[in-house]
Design a protein around this ligand. Structure first.
Ligand SMILES: [Zn+2]
Length: 142
């Protein structure tokens, strides 16, 4: 398996494509089987290679242990962030607005919000960020 960074030409969306071999990529491209997952454009080419973090490895290969380690790192990082922020539950939208308006102490918070609450916050210039991983309510582990 090899993975290429691909980009659609109309919009420049970059995404990863997985192929059995370099010839497999050439074949799929020649037959017009490649398309951008974001906008659907079929005009796709290899993106300029970004520097890889993995040292001397010139053929990007999928290594499950790397993906697993990244996910574990992400989970740890998220746990750290959550530990240092207040869980305001479903009062998230109200609390985020109160902090923004200066009615509540400035601090990091997390909680849940409906899509329309998130939309209304961002319309008012209040930055909210979805968590990378789902949060399990306390007590539901295992
Ligand atoms: Zn695209």
């Amino acid at each position: 398996m090899i993975v290429y960074d691909l980009a659609c030409r109309p919009a420049g969306h970059v995404f990863e494509g997985w192929f059995g071999s370099a010839a497999d990529y050439d074949g799929q491209r020649a037959r017009g089987l490649l398309s951008c997952p974001i906008c659907g454009a079929a005009d796709v080419a290899k993106a300029p290679m970004a520097p890889r973090l993995s040292g001397t490895d010139t053929t990007p290969a999928f290594r499950p242990e790397v993906a697993k380690a990244m996910l574990a790192g992400l989970a740890r990082a998220q746990a750290e962030v959550l530990k240092r922020s207040d869980d305001v539950g479903d009062r998230f939208a109200r609390e985020a607005r109160a902090i923004h308006d200066g009615d509540s102490p400035d601090r990091a918070i997390h909680g849940s919000a409906t899509p329309s609450e998130v939309r209304s916050l961002s319309e008012d210039g209040i930055a909210v960020m979805p968590l990378p991983l789902p949060v399990r309510p306390p007590g539901t582990d295992n």
